[in-house]
Design a protein around this ligand. Structure first.
Ligand code: C2G
Length: 130
């Protein structure tokens, strides 16, 4: 069984996230998604609309997602890859190159981001900011 992992906040879930999750799952048999905790979001400089529990609930309902784990730190990826027997690490290419150090432990692939949608854009447009 080929296991894939990806990381993110996945707030205000949108079709860009779904495109990423669908492609990540298509590259293996089992997809683990590590969702940033609310505390880690603060470290990332993000404030999510939905809290961790609700973002986890939403992601667990997606057919491409097999398991959801928490992301608490930048440093946990090697441990996650080893402990979960991960074969492939996938991220959107806005992270291109940032996680190449994982190549010692698993394959690393950056997928093209979906243009025209982002959680930030959704928040701005809903707030009436053009
Ligand atoms: N994404 C995408 N297309 C978009 C928006 C997001 O492909 N239009 C991808 C991102 O590249 C990322 C994933 O969807 O791979 C989740 O995006 P975010 O929730 O914004 O995650 P991020 O804040 O980038 O957190 O340790 C890694 C971080 O936790 C990644």
């Amino acid at each position: 069984m080929k296991k894939v992992i990806t990381y993110g906040t996945f707030d205000l879930l949108h079709w860009g996230h779904i495109n990423l999750l669908r492609r990540a799952k298509s590259l293996g048999d089992y997809l683990v998604v590590a969702i940033s905790s609310d505390e880690f979001n603060k470290i990332k400089g993000k404030k999510s609309f939905h809290n961790y529990e609700n973002r986890k609930l939403i992601l667990e309902a997606i057919k491409y997602v097999d398991e959801v784990i928490p992301e608490h730190t930048w440093e946990q990826k090697v441990e996650d890859v080893v402990n979960h027997n991960i074969d492939l690490f996938v991220m959107g290419d806005d992270w291109e190159g940032k996680f190449d150090f994982l190549n010692q432990y698993c394959d690393v692939i950056y997928l093209p981001r979906t243009n025209g949608i982002s959680t930030t854009q959704i928040k701005k447009e809903l707030a009436g900011v053009k």
